[in-house]
Design a protein around this ligand. Structure first.
Ligand SMILES: O=C(O)CCC(=O)C(=O)O
Length: 255
């Protein structure tokens, strides 16, 4: 895997809002992260987010309801184990992000900074949204870096993207109160038809812009799907003071 992105890859990211980098994380690193994530899931090591916390359609009503102990995210993953720290700061990853930001790179310790899990029984679908809903920064210009720790496909709830949607003008009226695209509007339904599904293997990585609309369906297989997700921003793109993005802190990684 080349350390830097080609001009073509940079153009693909600028135009489509995402870039798939096949087999970018080595097998040993993926195995180390997966095995820690599995043991932390079994032992419910905090900080955690439960399906009941996200409250998406079909989620358990509370942590005491049937399925209420289903974990959606292992949060604060950067500090959980050395392999997570190593991946977040992987020189090849940082060099590519620096090309896209055109400056030194920071890892945000706010949302995501997590292992995202999708359980067969109580894991819920995620509607069409942009990740910028999670953060408050001077510029709406972050990059989510998604690493598949196992296979991801339409059956187990793979990511779906609307290519180019990070550059689309979306009216506030098209969004619900949580900033999801409203499924009842014909103009949004036309957008959903443009969605493409990403098939990933363990070690594959996807960069996507914080303005790109994406979604994922439920997991209809028998195995839990796990993906590691970090978010990065350029050094001059500052979190807004007094927000969770500022409070969570960041790690300056250079270029
Ligand atoms: O796996 C999913 O359901 C998608 C997750 C996602 O995009 C998010 O939580 O921001």
């Amino acid at each position: 895997m080349a350390t830097t992105l080609s001009e073509k890859q940079i153009e693909q990211f600028r135009t489509g809002g995402y870039l798939v980098l096949r087999d970018m994380a080595g097998a040993a690193m993926c195995e180390a992260m997966l095995s820690t994530a599995q043991s932390h899931l079994r032992a419910a090591v905090p900080p955690l987010e439960y399906e009941a916390d996200v409250g998406y359609p079909g989620a358990p009503q509370s942590v005491d309801a049937p399925g209420g102990q289903t974990i959606r995210r292992l949060r604060g993953v950067f500090h959980r184990e050395a392999s997570f720290e190593a991946w977040a700061q992987h020189p090849s990853l940082v060099a590519k992000l620096a090309q896209l930001f055109g400056e030194d790179v920071c890892l945000s310790l706010a949302h995501h900074n997590c292992v995202m899990t999708k359980h067969p029984d109580f894991g819920t679908a995620t509607g069409w949204h942009r990740d910028i809903r999670y953060w408050s920064f001077t510029r709406p210009d972050l990059i989510s870096v998604w690493l598949a720790l196992g296979p991801e496909n339409a059956a187990n709830g793979a990511l779906r993207f609307i290519p180019g949607s990070h550059r689309m003008a979306i009216a506030q009226a098209q969004l619900d109160e949580l900033d999801f695209l409203r499924p009842d509007l014909p103009q949004n339904q036309a957008l959903f038809k443009q969605g493409i599904s990403l098939e990933l293997k363990r070690g594959d990585v996807v960069f996507f812009h914080s303005g790109l609309f994406h979604a994922a369906s439920r997991n209809t297989t028998a195995s839990v799907k796990m993906s590691l997700v970090y978010a990065y921003h350029g050094k001059t793109n500052r979190p807004v003071e007094g927000t969770k993005s500022a409070a969570a802190g960041e790690i300056l990684l250079g270029s």
